[in-house]
Design a protein around this ligand. Structure first.
Ligand code: FES
Ligand code: MG
Length: 560
């Protein structure tokens, strides 16, 4: 019955078992031990993924837990993606990591698995894999870095990487100061400590029910992370015994809980793509409209950067994801099963709200802001949708009409954006084409188009920017992202020309190119693809099979 009883196919099962027994002895286990639940521990430790370098003790703690509960832990590696060290973008490889993880879970003799992630793309990749492999699984993220500090100011990776770089470009700080700041931007082990994509996906793991309560916010270096890792090891053995699988946990209602969490913490726009992709693995559709609707209904209560004030360290002290869920309890689906073997409601029973930290986690009925963590825009420029994070945008630009300044590609943008002769004004709309899933390829985080230097030095810090790529969860500005369909496959974004007028109205959820339908048709007929696909290899596979942003950028053949 146990999956671990599956053996390699030599056409002689007896021989296969005999051979496995001989080879399994190398770990010092008695062959009888292998009648116990075999728990895979997917360790993505890598020195080229700085957010995962501290996984050694975490793995040991999980192993201890598994052994205590009567299982056999077996650690195995997969691809590990670190945001700032993978080019052109980790998003190009999220699906590869998901495939690697899924296939290794399925191919190896495992009864259950603990997946250790952390950096932006690893958590979604592992959730996608867990959904498809569908053996008992628990997520365990590596935890956020501790706060950085510079001259009395708290620093956060990587909102402050961007903020201070912009100030340096604007001439407000010099190179020596920039270097000093650089030293404390990422001061400890762990993933980025603002509510960027990594932290967002971690709290989403809890809201989905796929991670033990509290695991998201414990700092990477805090003892309590190891204690919870050990509990995770014990719990995965119980999940195997009870045969509780990811598909039992990640139901349509669990995804609604996850979307509520995303909105309540003002989380990363990237989570929209990732949640759609994970759900797609289970045959669950999450239309962008659902994000918009739940966004409107869910107040923003976690005062965390980049949209708020604090970082994960304070969030941990304030009670972390369980405290947010306690506040959201009236609107959550509390009967959903979780990896504790209990329901969301049961998990929340003993969660206390700490009044002392009310500036970090606000009450549901007295939120920091009413809803609209993420808004979904539609219009002739984005028939399949685009998204914006209104709280990270400038209020006065949320309704705006401006002249388009078009960059045809990332290279074109890099060449022109700081050219002093570029004809650009503060109320123009910057457009970046061909930076989507197929176009770039891999949909990089280039959506926070740099403000042209000549405007920066005049004090301009925000402009309306529109693209088919993503932006980092730690970024900010009036930035419209994920325009679908993308320019590279002939989406309307490809038809915009410098000098066209564009109208944005976030309240009405509209994004219009003010060009007549006839003119659009004429341009469409003239349009020729600009992006040459890769000739071979994984990147070709990616370009041939990646779905558009509104479908989660998974491969067409991986969805259920
Ligand atoms: Fe890994 Fe930010 S670089 S989470
Ligand atoms: Mg990021």
């Amino acid at each position: 019955m146990l999956k671990a009883q599956k053996v390699a196919a030599y056409g002689d099962e007896g021989f296969s078992r005999f051979l496995r027994k001989a080879f399994a002895r190398h770990l010092g286990h008695n062959p009888q031990d292998f009648d116990k639940p075999i728990i895979g521990i997917c360790n993505t430790r890598s020195e080229i993924n700085r957010c995962h370098t501290h996984f050694g003790p975490i793995v040991e703690a999980i192993k201890r837990g598994v052994l205590m509960a009567g299982g056999i832990p077996l650690e195995f590696p997969t691809i590990s993606l670190g945001e700032s060290f993978v080019s052109p973008t980790t998003m190009l490889y999220r699906n590869l990591a998901a495939m690697d993880t899924e296939e290794m879970i399925s191919a190896q003799p495992l009864d259950g698995v603990v997946l250790i992630g952390g950096c932006d793309k690893m958590t979604p990749a592992q959730l996608m894999a867990a959904a498809s492999a569908n053996i008992p699984a628990i997520m365990f993220t590596g935890g956020p870095m501790a706060n950085g500090e510079y001259e009395g100011r708290t620093l956060g990776a990587c909102s402050d990487c961007r903020y201070f770089w912009q100030e340096y470009r604007g001439g407000n700080i010099d190179e020596a100061e920039l270097e000093k700041i650089n030293e404390s931007l990422a001061p400890t082990a762990g993933h980025c400590m603002v509510m960027g994509t990594a932290s967002t996906m971690a709290v989403i793991c809890e809201a989905l029910g796929m991670m033990l309560p509290g695991a998201a916010a414990i700092p990477a270096t805090d003892n309590r992370r190891l204690a919870l890792a050990q509990e995770t090891g014990k719990q995965i053995v119980k999940l195997v015994e009870q045969n509780i699988r990811p598909a039992d946990i990640m139901t349509p209602r669990a995804f609604e809980n996850a979307i509520r969490m995303l909105m309540a913490v003002g989380g990363s726009t990237n989570a929209v793509i990732h949640l759609v992709a994970v759900a797609g693995r289970l045959g669950i559709e999450l239309p962008l409209e659902l994000f918009d609707q739940l966004g409107k209904e869910t107040p923003f209560i976690a005062n965390l950067r980049p949209a708020g004030k604090y970082q994960m360290e304070e969030f941990f002290h304030a009670g972390g994801a369980p405290a947010v869920m306690k506040e959201l309890e009236p609107v959550l689906h509390v009967d959903e099963l979780t990896v504790t073997g209990k329901t969301v409601g049961e998990n929340l029973q003993n969660v206390k709200i700490l009044e002392h930290y009310r500036d970090v986690i606000y009450p549901f009925d007295r939120p920091l802001y009413a809803g609209e963590g993420i808004a979904v825009l539609k219009g002739n420029l984005a028939p399949d949708g685009a998204i914006i994070k209104p709280r990270a945008a400038s209020e006065h630009l949320l309704k705006h009409k401006g002249r388009a300044i078009v960059f045809a590609s990332l290279e074109d943008m890099e060449q022109k954006v700081n050219d002093p002769t570029l004809d650009v004004r503060e109320d123009d709309v910057l457009i970046l084409q061909n930076a989507g899933p197929v176009g770039a390829p891999g949909m990089p985080e280039a959506g926070m188009i740099p403000i042209p230097k000549k405007l920066l030095t005049q004090g301009v810090r925000d402009m309306v920017r529109i693209s088919d790529c993503r932006m980092s969860g730690t970024a900010f500005g009036t930035v419209i992202l994920h325009v679908a369909p993308e320019a590279a496959i002939g989406g309307p974004l490809a038809l915009v020309r410098t000098g066209d007028w564009i109208e944005l109205d976030v309240k009405q959820r509209r994004l219009q190119l003010l060009v007549s339908d006839e003119e659009m048709d004429r341009r469409k007929k003239e349009w020729k693809p600009k992006v040459k696909k890769a000739e071979r290899g994984y990147i070709r596979l990616f370009q041939d099979h990646v779905l558009q942003a509104d479908k989660g950028c998974d491969f067409d053949f991986l969805r259920k």
